[in-house]
Design a binder for this molecule. Structure first.
Ligand code: FDA
Length: 510
């Protein structure tokens, strides 16, 4: 039934005639529409995919109800268009906003309600809500409930939950996907399914198997988690000359074994501390403790005295205030800032990820800092595992990186120049750093985090079907042994591979 012929007029007519409950024309933007560009760009976070030559969608649909999503699927199939679903638009390879084949964007900007049920300790959240909106709505109802997900408030729930989703609560409560209990999804045939009607295999797959693959997830039911009324945060910076390498080395041994109420992230950065233009390597330890400062100080003194944590490094606050802290917002910022969907700044970004199972030798950190000093904005973000992460079986959700990992590494480089040479230079820098890390990180496969999307590790064919063998190159890095089950689910629910992108699970070819 897929005609593979596109006519703007006929596509729009199809949308209008397939949508009974509301006037869909009000939420469809084509290039002829004056707000097309602003709607396209609003949720596009990475400037690498916002150039004059980047392919643009033939239409953007911003549904206000589920029937409009059904119409978008039916009509895109009929007219041979791809769909790119977009929630917060943070995909690091721009996959929610760009496709080389003719495509439409289904943008969740209007579907972002959050309904918190304090009595039953759960909530329904629509995919278009940002994490900031979700956290705000939880805190509005209760100061002692929270949700374990990412620390950047402008991330969209839809993409984040589709790929895993972690934040500073991971050592106590695992990932976002470990706390999802139901979902509403529209499948390739336009059917509206919930957990019981979609079945446990599909419900398993959508909790971390990657977005834009199994259908369009409209909303998620999540279990909320308890947090104390007072939590404590701290940041400690140590420069290279002050033995930062020794401290990072020690952190590798300690951070994954600490009490699960304490998560200490370690950022390797390059800073100009004195403002004299001379950059030097440094380690920034940034932490969340689910408890008060006295207990925290005792704990760190006992298990990690080398850090020299002092009371003045620590601040007690509520969990929702800790969200502002981890988002890097100034301390007097109102929690209302979490409702602001506009990104503070947009730049060009490239990310890569790794998992570390054996401590990295101390001398490697020095080489990493040398490399960080070569770029203006680059960092390694080390996220400690252990605690709850070691208790959850690898096959419990598609996200497989659990016991046996000391920490996850995120490599990031950021630049503002728009020319191709700057892009080439920064991407080449991060690829070389990644290559340098090869001996120190997981092998066979070299594991990666699907929410830190990286097309360098393998991609599907642009046109035509991608074989199991080709997709397993990137698929086993993201999903390890769970890749096979994801392929089985995909073959079952979308055998024609309608929902696809450069790294979506392919169905088995018949
Ligand atoms: P976007 O809308 O781009 O979607 C991402 C993917 O999911 C795309 O393939 C898209 O088509 C698909 N998709 C979106 N909505 C869907 C829906 N409703 N149904 C089906 N498919 C859908 N991660 C983390 O775990 N912890 C962290 O702390 C951070 N921090 C962070 C900071 C910053 C600044 C960025 C840019 C990113 C992160 N991330 C992160 C990574 C983040 O979790 C990842 O990029 C998410 O996929 C983003 O989700 P969005 O909805 O914003 O993206």
């Amino acid at each position: 039934s897929e005609a593979h012929s596109y006519s703007n007029e006929e596509f729009l007519q199809c949308l209008a005639s397939n949508n009974s409950t509301s006037d869909i024309s009000k939420v469809v933007y084509t290039p002829q529409n004056s707000s097309y560009s602003s709607v396209l760009q609003f949720s596009m976070k990475n400037l690498r995919f916002n150039t004059a030559t980047t392919p643009k969608p033939v239409a953007i649909i911003t549904p206000v109800d589920v029937s409009q999503i059904q119409a978008a699927i039916t009509c895109s199939r009929k007219h041979g268009l791809q769909i790119r679903v977009r929630s917060g638009g943070h995909d690091f390879e721009g996959l929610s906003s760009v496709s080389i084949l003719p495509f439409v964007i289904v943008d969740f900007i209007n579907l972002r309600s959050v309904t918190v049920d304090v009595e039953n300790i759960n909530a329904w959240v629509q995919s278009g809500a940002t994490l900031g909106e979700l956290y705000y709505k939880i805190a509005e109802k209760s100061k002692t409930l929270a949700f374990p997900a990412g620390s950047c408030p402008s991330i969209g729930v839809g993409g984040h939950f589709s790929g895993g989703g972690y934040g500073p609560l991971l050592r106590k409560y695992g990932f976002a996907v470990d706390n999802i209990i139901d979902a509403q999804l529209v499948d390739v045939n336009g059917r509206i399914l919930d957990r019981s009607s979609m079945g446990e295999d599909l419900f398993w797959a959508i909790r971390g198997g990657g977005g834009n693959t199994f259908g369009i997830v409209v909303s998620w039911k999540i279990n909320l988690v308890p947090v104390p009324p007072t939590v404590t945060v701290f940041s400690v910076v140590r420069v290279v000359d002050d033995n930062a390498a020794k401290l990072v080395n020690r952190w590798q041994y300690v951070a994954n074994k600490l009490d699960e109420h304490l998560t200490i992230y370690c950022f390797l950065i390059s800073v100009d501390l004195n403002g004299d233009g001379r950059v030097e390597g440094a380690a920034l330890f940034s932490a969340l403790f689910l408890g008060g400062v006295d207990r925290l100080l005792r704990l760190v003194q006992e298990k990690f005295p080398e850090m020299g944590l002092k009371r003045e490094n620590c601040t007690e606050m509520s969990w929702i205030e800790s969200i502002l802290y981890f988002a890097g917002l100034p301390s007097n910022t109102s929690v209302d800032a979490l409702l602001n969907r506009t990104s503070r700044s947009k730049s060009n970004v490239k990310l890569k990820s790794d998992y570390v199972k054996e401590p990295v030798p101390e001398n490697a950190w020095g080489e990493i800092w040398k490399r960080l000093n070569q770029v203006e904005i680059g960092a390694l973000v080390l996220v400690p595992y252990g605690g709850k992460m070691s208790e959850i079986p690898e096959s419990s959700t598609p996200y497989p990186h659990r016991a046996g990992n000391l920490f996850k590494v995120g490599y990031v480089v950021d630049w503002n120049e728009t020319d191709k040479e700057a892009s080439r230079r920064h991407i080449s820098w991060i690829r070389k750093l990644y290559k340098y890390m090869t001996p120190y990180v997981s092998k066979n496969p070299r594991e990666a985090y699907v929410n830190y999307r990286d097309l360098d590790i393998g991609r599907n064919n642009y046109v035509g079907n991608t074989s199991y063998r080709k997709a397993s190159i990137w698929g086993t890095k993201y999903f390890k042994n769970n890749f096979d089950r994801l392929v089985r689910v995909k073959t079952e629910v979308d055998p024609g591979n309608f929902f696809r992108n450069e790294q979506s699970i392919p169905p088995l070819l018949t």
